[in-house]
Design a protein around this ligand. Structure first.
Ligand code: PBG
Length: 349
């Protein structure tokens, strides 16, 4: 079985095989916790600017910043401003940004044609960023929702989100993004077979170095609400995404999704949302030992910000704690709207 072949032996806690630690007072767990230096010395995970992919929402125009109401501190920005923000992110040591467009309603069609217009907003943003800040990685979302009159990630025919027709469209979308200079293609659409189709098309198109970071285990989640506001897809969505995104009750199914995406040519995989799915992150890392990412979604961001704004949680501490949890759960990195904010704070330490 292909799935078995790429599995690594389970890293079991040695506690179960070795004799127990001597009991108190020979063992005092607090000894290593007594000072900042000793805590730092025994820390099992660490958090740094290099762990982040920073999502940015892009709009048409010049020198314009639109705050996203449901994500305090997050804006939609025009390309010129995005370039300046990416420059700052690079200076802080953030390795990669992920671009998401909010396009005019008139360009959102049932056929989603704007997705593969080589001069669409996202392709222009990619070219501008790669020209100004070539040292940073640029990731593009592959999914049709920002271009779809019906708000879905795939092509809708009648009441169906049609898989194979959608995959053809996604391939066209990814090719214009790669042509524009995208380093990473992040398919977030959850159509079956899209990783293989994208990998073959990228190879055939001379884009063999473009990486695929697959949203492999993406759940049908209400934590995406504020993101849909940000890209203007919220009011458009008819029905829900449960016929393609995963059921939050499933975990083994996520392992099958990851195995399939890896067998089709994904270089890296993602679990999404993040914090409510840390068990999935840990399983993916343990069972596949591949680069594993989590998306700290818009809803997770909104939740923390809302509580902090009310004075119910201490924002700076709780954000670091939430992000550290991803590293502890085995993630190599996170997409997070906190990337720049946290990178600044880590640099100031
Ligand atoms: C689109 C897409 C979504 C997110 C990333 N890409 C929303 C969705 O699937 O409805 C969510 C990101 C977030 O909530 O921060 N396919």
């Amino acid at each position: 079985m292909a799935e078995k072949a790429i599995r690594q032996p389970n890293r079991k806690c040695p506690m179960s095989q070795t004799p127990p630690n001597p009991s108190y007072p020979r063992t005092r767990m607090r000894r290593t916790r007594q000072a900042p230096w000793s805590r730092a010395m025994v820390a099992e995970a660490s958090l740094s600017a290099a762990d982040f992919i920073w999502p940015i929402f892009v709009i048409e125009g010049e020198n314009r910043i639109e705050p996203v109401a449901s994500m305090p501190g997050v804006d939609r920005v025009t390309i010129d401003i995005a370039v300046r923000r990416v420059e700052e992110a690079a200076t802080l040591g953030i390795p990669c940004v992920a671009l998401f467009p909010n396009i005019d309603a008139s360009l959102r069609t049932p056929g989603c044609e704007e997705a593969w217009n080589p001069d669409n907003l996202i392709c222009r943003a990619t070219r501008a960023i790669k020209a100004a800040v070539p040292e940073i990685g640029v990731m593009e979302d592959v999914a049709l929702d920002p271009y779809n009159a019906l708000g879905h990630d795939g092509i809708v025919v009648g009441d169906q989100i049609v898989n194979d027709l959608s995959v053809e469209a996604l391939v066209k979308q990814a090719l214009v993004q790669a042509e524009a200079g995208a380093n990473i293609i992040g398919p977030s659409d959850m159509m079956d077979g899209r990783i293989g189709a994208l990998r073959d098309a990228l190879e055939a198109g001379g884009h063999e170095n473009v990486m695929l970071l697959s949203y492999a285990a993406k759940y049908a989640s209400a934590f995406y609400g504020p993101f849909r506001d940000a890209v203007g897809a919220a009011g458009k969505l008819t029905g829900d995404k449960k016929t393609y995104q995963m059921d939050p009750l499933n975990s083994d199914e996520a392992m099958r999704e990851v195995a399939l995406d890896l067998s089709e040519g994904a270089d890296m995989v993602m679990v999404k949302p993040g914090m409510p799915y840390l068990d999935i992150c840990r399983r993916v890392k343990d069972e596949f030992a591949v680069p594993t990412f989590a998306y700290q979604t818009s809803g997770e961001y909104a939740m923390l910000e809302a509580a902090a704004a009310n004075g119910w949680l201490d924002r700076d501490t709780v954000t670091l704690e939430a992000l550290s949890a991803f590293k502890r759960a085995g993630c190599d990195g996170m997409l997070s709207y906190y990337a720049v904010d946290v990178a600044k704070r880590l640099a100031a330490r």
